[in-house]
Design a protein around this ligand. Structure first.
Ligand code: A2P
Length: 295
């Protein structure tokens, strides 16, 4: 099975199937990892206003020397930036930090169901940002199919992308199916299960997906690493991934997944690892109030 380097979104724009995530990357690490990734074949960088590293992503892009037109830059509006006035302001602030005059993809970071009116307002504002030429495509993150249906009932533009937590221990089959039916690209955050080991909100959750023996067995057969097997599994399912790494070797490793193929039996074995083990908070409860209660 040939894995494409790009997928076509529902508005005809292309999105790279794999990109670099920069969540929790420090300032200098962000500049260096973005530059290194872009010089080594990556074209998509995924950041967010709440990560606090958009300016460093912009600096990394500049240092890479890659032409803007060859890049795909994603950032996200944070919950405190939702609203008909706040969202365009936030988008413009992100553009200034990134040092670009348009975004390839602008996403709403969480659905915030308890203040969903504001979410709808933010999405409608994002629709206008497309008309203004500041954004090429819009989408959302962490929406369940039910919340997506509610959004789509009240807005005009079907999201191009829903970016959700997904890895072999949490395979969210219903969401992927729903997205496919509606022409929405599923893009995975934490595709390597980093959320189990590397999240400030989950210090007690330490689960090492990449040490799973089934993944290790498959990896040995192809002289690949478990991370490469997981990323190949994601792409073979037809979805987009944004593994985060600040380590040059792992940045290269995560891109070297186009030269081997998993059999249908191996795909099924990885599918069977699912434990519905969500690492993040449930989107139904995640909002600013939840965050402030959590402290
Ligand atoms: P590092 O940045 O030091 O490479 P996820 O994208 O699933 O959240 O995973 C991110 C976590 O996984 C980070 O801690 C990252 O660490 C680590 N990571 C990224 N690529 C690999 C890899 N190929 N093998 C092992 N760990 C990786």
């Amino acid at each position: 099975m040939n894995i494409p380097n790009f997928y076509t979104m529902n508005n005809g724009n292309l999105i790279p199937s794999i990109g670099l995530g920069v969540y929790l990357a420090g300032s200098q690490q962000t500049v260096e990892s973005v530059t290194f990734a872009l010089k080594n074949g990556y074209r998509l960088i995924d950041t967010a206003s709440v990560y606090g590293n958009e300016a460093e992503v912009g600096e990394g892009i500049r240092q890479s020397g890659i032409e803007r037109g060859d890049l795909f830059i994603t950032t996200k509006a944070w919950l405190s930036e939702y609203g008909s006035v706040l969202t365009p302001e936030a988008c413009k602030a992100s553009l200034a930090k990134l040092g670009t005059n348009y975004l390839d993809l602008y996403l709403l970071h969480w659905p915030s169901p308890r203040t969903f009116d504001k979410t709808i307002e933010a999405y409608k504002a994002a629709e206008l940002l497309v008309e203004m030429g500041l954004v090429k495509s819009i989408g959302i993150c962490n929406f369940t199919p039910t919340l997506l249906e509610s959004l789509m009932q009240e807005t005009m533009v079907t999201p191009a992308v829903n970016q959700i937590e997904l890895h072999p221990y949490f395979s969210q089959i219903e969401s992927s199916k729903f997205h496919k039916e509606h022409g929405i690209i599923t893009q995975y955050w934490s595709p390597l299960g980093g959320i189990y080991t590397n999240h400030p909100a989950n210090p007690e959750k330490v689960i090492h997906l990449l040490r799973d023996p089934i993944l290790a067995d498959i990896a040995n057969q192809y002289d690949k690493t478990p991370a490469q097997v997981v990323l190949r599994w994601h792409l073979a399912h037809g979805h987009a991934v944004i593994p985060k790494s600040v380590n040059p070797e792992r940045i290269l490793e995560n891109m070297a997944i186009f030269d081997f193929e998993l059999t249908s039996e191996e795909m099924a074995n990885i599918d069977s690892l699912n434990q519905n083990l969500r690492g993040s908070a449930h989107p139904d409860i995640f909002d600013l109030a939840f965050l402030s209660d959590r402290g």
